[in-house]
Design a protein around this ligand. Structure first.
Ligand SMILES: NC(=O)c1ccc[n+]([C@@H]2O[C@H](COP(=O)([O-])OP(=O)(O)OC[C@H]3O[C@@H](n4cnc5c(N)ncnc54)[C@H](O)[C@@H]3O)[C@@H](O)[C@H]2O)c1
Length: 452
């Protein structure tokens, strides 16, 4: 059967369904459509579907004009109607994979997609899971149910692959097209079909021997980031204690042309990947009686950075003879990283809530994220004017958007905590840095003090 499908994919005579049109699914759908493949996007969110069909994008990496082109050419359309899956020859699944409150994987989104697949999937279809998840998901949650409930054999009647999405929102150099695409199939035939399909837009395909390997590749990549960020956050806390500027240390260490890769500290980690993905891996490893100590340690250190930052704010205000309670504090940059609008798991949100819990009067500004939900109430980004800025007891730069005018902020804010070294090079006594001492005198533990 797959020979027919191979021919159809080669001839681009197929309809590809992309399920979940968010940060991952929408760019993928648009790239496939730009490669002259008919794409049907499926999402449960009616507003998103409506907006997309009008050619209006809500993902910064997909400009309206790109979306408009594929909508106008008829190559892309979106729907909430799952029954239209029955017309698809290939299907990519890009739904969320969050954590439960207990930090266990929440695979309910994938499961609800499989509920629909078993209703509408037809024979000779290629299914590719893109959502980040633990090793074994493709076989355990998808293959087993499709085979059981559809009476189809994967590898003969249906083809199943895992291909992790590696998109880095806001990255101007690497996108879905030029970031190598790793693919693992449950069978050779499936892998061949997915290579053919994704080869239509991807400059480099990296085939691996199984879906489990492909699933683990993604988790290694993000665990690597989490552990290295955890290490550098620990260094930042240590440097503060020892009276050393961690930023200067990193800058100098990064001049080594081999064997060192700079990572930077911050007020915490955010987004839908780095804080979550390693937990998927360690959860699964535990079922093999294996305990990932690096993952837990990094998660602990990174998870405590917002609290460490609050301590630093308290110290800075203390120097100005002010308590946190009643102080007016402004968070600058609420998205979890620079130049994007994504607020998911953003440490800025946690800073906001921790400081509010301590009685601070909170506001925020973000050029990309106009509002957020704070315990059921909508909070709006303030207008950033010189008068406004001067009015705050402390401004906390949580995310270093590149369109901030740092010299102007330094001129107008009374006290600044810079958690990203964004004010580097701007001389002002009012700027304090996370990872650098409050004053130049290091505090030495009494245990090691020299006898006077
Ligand atoms: N955002 C990133 O930078 C990134 C990078 C790599 C991998 N990933 C992974 O990709 C997956 C998707 O992440 P995202 O950032 O695109 O999420 P997202 O929240 O931006 O988008 C998910 C979309 O799926 C839709 N959806 C939810 N349930 C659905 C269902 N049952 N049927 C159809 N649509 C449904 C939502 O309405 C939403 O539009 C996750 O597993 C994530 O870990 C994300």
């Amino acid at each position: 059967m797959s020979d027919k499908l191979t021919k159809k994919i080669k001839a681009k005579n197929i309809l590809t369904g992309v399920i979940g049109l968010g940060y991952v699914g929408l760019p993928l759908a648009v790239k496939l459509a730009e490669a002259d493949i008919d794409v049907l996007g499926i999402d449960v969110d009616e507003d998103k579907v409506k907006q997309l069909n009008q050619g209006s994008s809500y993902v910064l990496d997909v400009p309206d004009d790109e979306l408009h082109k594929v909508v106008d050419s008829g190559k892309f359309s979106a729907t909430t109607d799952y029954s239209r899956l029955s017309k698809c020859d290939a299907i990519s699944i890009c739904v969320p994979t969050p954590l439960r409150k207990t930090k266990d994987p929440d695979t309910t989104y994938i499961i609800s997609v499989v509920d629909e697949l078993v209703k509408y999937l037809t024979q000779d279809t290629l299914v590719i899971l893109e959502s980040t998840t633990y090793p074994g998901t493709t076989e355990e949650l998808i293959q087993s149910r499709l085979e059981k409930e559809l009476d189809y054999k994967v590898g003969e009647d249906l083809f199943l692959c895992f291909s992790p999405e590696r998109v880095d929102p806001g990255n101007e150099e690497y996108d879905t097209q030029n970031t190598p695409k790793v693919i693992g199939g449950t069978t050779e035939k499936g892998l061949k079909l997915a290579r053919e399909l994704y080869g239509s837009f991807s400059e480099q395909i990296v085939p691996v021997s199984s879906t489990k390997v492909a699933e683990t590749v993604k988790l290694l990549e993000n665990t690597f980031r989490s552990v290295n960020i955890g290490l550098v956050n620990e260094m930042a806390m240590m440097c503060e204690r020892m009276g050393i500027d961690v930023w200067e240390v990193i800058e100098a260490a990064a001049t080594k042309p081999f064997g060192f890769m700079p990572f930077y500290p911050g007020p915490g980690i955010g987004g839908h990947c780095i804080p979550l993905d390693p937990m998927y891996l360690s959860w699964k490893a535990k079922t093999y009686d294996f305990y990932n100590k690096f993952i837990d340690l990094a998660s602990d250190i990174n998870g405590n950075m917002p609290r460490f930052t609050v301590h630093k704010i308290a110290d800075i205000l203390n120097d100005a003879e002010k308590p946190i309670k009643g102080s007016k504090i402004l968070i600058l940059g609420m998205a979890y990283k620079a130049d994007i609008d994504d607020l998911r798991e953003s440490p800025g949100l946690e800073l906001y809530r921790l400081l509010e819990n301590k009685g601070a009067i909170m506001d925020y500004h973000d050029p990309y994220a106009e509002k957020f939900d704070n315990r059921g109430e909508t909070v709006h980004s303030i207008e950033l004017t010189a008068d406004n800025l001067t009015d705050y007891d402390c401004a906390v730069l949580a995310t270093d958007h590149s369109n901030y005018d740092y010299a102007w902020i330094a001129e107008n804010a009374s006290l600044i905590l810079d958690t990203r070294n964004a004010f580097n090079g701007i001389e002002s006594e009012n700027i304090y840095k996370l990872g650098a001492p409050l004053d130049k005198s290091a505090v030495v533990s009494p245990l090691f003090k020299q006898e006077e």
